[in-house]
Design a protein around this ligand. Structure first.
Ligand SMILES: Cc1ncc(C[n+]2csc(CCOP(=O)(O)OP(=O)(O)O)c2C)c(N)n1
Length: 633
């Protein structure tokens, strides 16, 4: 029996001797490497915090003490040690455990997440509730150095430091976001780690503090703490945290279990806002992950022996590659074009742009709101910024989209990757809301391409348009290899494309739903239902000329979109037609108004009825209902 298999929860862990913990860390790494090789997942991020997770559960008293993990993608050890070892092979699978932390999954998961930067604010909320309710427990937030590029983290720290509440911030500093971390804070943290003078002094004082604590107890320790503080303030960049109202401890080697345990025990025994700066190595203990930390941050199933992906890339490129190549090529024609990412250069494909046009590429950190307002500033000066941001993360910047871009009618282009159903990342990462939220923005042109060529064409249209413009595409392969960028013309602004003519039903399809709609129409034709199919590549403005023709021709219009049905394209179209053509009924197909569980994207599409067969089924049912109602009259 391994140590890991004997652990059902923190109580079992606490029964181990301290000198057994490194052996446990080894077993955890093996288990993670093996399971993730089948399921895929955030292996690199999780390998880096094995010791930190063990030490937190060993020294704190979870779930009475509340430990929060920012994002939660790095919390695989946490899962393994809090009763989810047996379920671990189901990670990210349909009906399996989540790739992130979820309150519904375990009493040890204090706050669900998936987006970065929330832990500090949520932890302060919990600490405040504790104080209001007169309870006694500890609250700690583990936040990566990447998440310290989020404005939200500072809003939380500013509030927490000032509050004086008993709260602990643990900075997991591995120098990496998904790609190498950016910005001044990252440099500051690096400076603390690199300064041997500060380190020696701090070690000296800390050693004294621990010894005094052992011999004289808490009262005399106060003196030592003051001494330690003064030394730190004199010499250290930890001052940054101290100025915000946090007592600073660190930097601690995050793979040194005894040191971690000692420090956490000591820090736990204190009160007030304090920060523990833990230095870890992403991918620790797995040489593939150590040698390419960006690739191994999170990835699909791999062969643990060779490190190669299990599923070889074949067929057409992904949408992400199409946009990366497309933007790079368009930048050759448009010297005013720049690309902005919020810490996702490879995820959004703009790393391709970065390689070709480094001076026109900006990674602003995990700071979507800032990215958008930064773009708006650039646009006021005649630069043409393209913000490549996942649909789910752009939610963070909604006010900036409206207040800074749309109200000023600035020509910022938004390229929303991972729009639609996202598969295994699950609920927190769904790109289901962008159609609804972008349609509501005045001045915004809202588009969705049916294929790679159309994406390039729409980018050309966007660059010729003087106003805010967005486009969306899914986490998937493009339907076909696109043509060379120079051969692809702009899409005429505000136009739809009629792909098929019929007389019974008009299917108005958006983006990824165009191909399934065409297939559905073919299936329906075999049943004697003749459908027209229109590619509604512009969701706003609507192509009113084509819409008039359709309204004259069809009594039933079915819209199909890969987005929430609430306030989506169907709702927008229905609202338009109800005044001009009340005789036309509009039926909207899309993602139902509920949370969609993790599963492969293809399964999620099928569950939502967004496949050729699903669309055809709905239209057949509609036609039958229609005929019955006619018969009843
Ligand atoms: C708001 C938001 N934007 C982007 C992401 C994508 N993302 C997931 S993890 C990550 C890097 C986080 O870095 P860090 O906090 O240092 O954690 P590490 O992975 O290094 O442990 C990013 C950018 C996200 N989760 N949330």
């Amino acid at each position: 029996m391994t140590l890991l298999s004997s652990i059902r929860g923190p109580a079992d862990l606490k029964r181990l001797r301290r000198d057994q913990l490194p052996e446990l860390a080894g077993e955890i790494r093996e288990r993670m490497i093996e399971c993730c090789s089948i399921t895929g997942g955030h292996i690199g991020a999780s390998l880096g915090v094995v010791e930190l997770s063990i030490a937190l559960l060993y020294e704190f008293d979870s779930p009475a003490d509340k430990i929060l993990w920012d994002v939660g993608h790095q919390a695989y050890t946490w899962k393994l040690l809090t009763g989810r070892n047996d379920a671990f092979p189901t990670l990210r699978q349909r009906d399996g455990i989540s790739g992130f932390l979820k309150r519904s999954e375990s009493e040890h998961d204090q706050f669900g997440a998936g987006h970065a930067g929330t832990a500090m604010s949520a932890a302060l909320g919990i600490a405040t509730a504790r104080d209001l309710q007169g309870e006694q427990y500890k609250v700690a937030a583990v936040v990566g150095d990447g998440a310290l590029t989020c404005g939200l983290s500072y809003e939380g720290m500013n509030n927490a430091g000032h509050s004086g509440r008993d709260i602990i911030l643990i900075v997991n500093d591995n120098g990496m976001s998904i790609s190498p971390n950016v910005g001044a804070i990252s440099k500051t943290l690096g400076g603390i780690v690199a300064d041997p003078r500060t380190n020696r002094l701090r070690e000296l004082v800390k050693g004294m503090t621990f010894k005094l604590a052992e011999v004289f107890g808490e009262r005399v320790v106060d003196f030592a703490k003051n001494l330690e503080e003064s030394v730190k303030n004199l010499f250290s960049a930890g001052m940054f945290f101290e100025e915000l109202g946090f007592r600073y401890f660190g930097p601690i080697d995050g793979h040194d279990l005894p040191k971690l345990c000692d420090t956490l025990r000591f820090v736990r025994s204190m009160s007030g806002p304090r920060v523990v700066h833990v230095v870890t190595e992403k991918g620790k203990g797995f040489h593939f992950a150590e040698s390419n930390r960006e690739k191994w941050h999170g990835l699909a199933a791999y062969d643990p022996v060779t490190g190669e992906a299990r599923k070889k890339a074949s067929g057409p490129p992904t949408w992400t590659q199409v946009i990366g190549d497309g933007l790079s090529a368009l930048a050759d024609e448009h010297p005013e074009l720049v690309a902005i990412t919020a810490a996702m250069p490879s995820g959004t494909g703009v790393n391709i742009f970065q390689a070709r046009h480094p001076e026109r590429f900006f990674d602003v950190g995990i700071a979507e709101g800032h990215a958008v307002t930064f773009a708006a500033g650039l646009a006021t000066q005649g630069i043409r910024p393209v913000c490549a941001i996942y649909s789910t993360f752009l939610q963070r910047a909604y006010d900036n989209v409206i207040h800074d871009v749309a109200v000023q009618k600035l020509p910022v282009v938004f390229c929303m990757d991972r729009a639609g159903l996202v598969g295994e990342d699950g609920q927190t990462h769904m790109g289901l809301y962008d159609i609804a939220y972008m349609l509501a923005v005045p001045e915004m042109t809202v588009t969705a391409p049916k294929d790679g060529d159309e994406l390039i064409g729409l980018l050309r249209t966007a660059l010729a348009h003087d106003g805010p413009f967005c486009t969306r595409y899914p986490r998937d392969k493009a339907p076909a290899e696109p043509r060379p960028v120079r051969d692809v013309p702009a899409v005429p602004y505000g136009t739809w494309e009629q792909l098929r003519r019929g007389q019974d039903v008009a299917i108005l399809a958006v983006g990824t739903m165009v191909a399934p709609a065409v297939e559905a129409a073919e299936l329906l034709a075999r049943e004697g239902i003749e459908c027209g199919v229109v590619n509604c590549r512009f969701l706003k403005p609507l192509d009113m000329a084509t819409l008039e023709l359709l309204a004259a021709q069809y009594r039933t219009v079915v819209t199909v979109e890969e987005g929430t049905i609430v306030n989506g394209f169907g709702a927008y179209l229905a609202e338009t037609l109800q005044t001009t053509h009340p005789e036309v009924r509009v039926i909207a197909l899309g993602v139902p108004d509920r949370l969609v569980e993790q599963a492969p994207r293809a399964e999620q599409l099928a569950l939502c009825g967004l496949t050729p067969a699903g669309i055809a089924r709905r239209i057949t049912a509609l036609q039958h209902e229609h005929e019955e109602s006619l018969g009843a009259r």
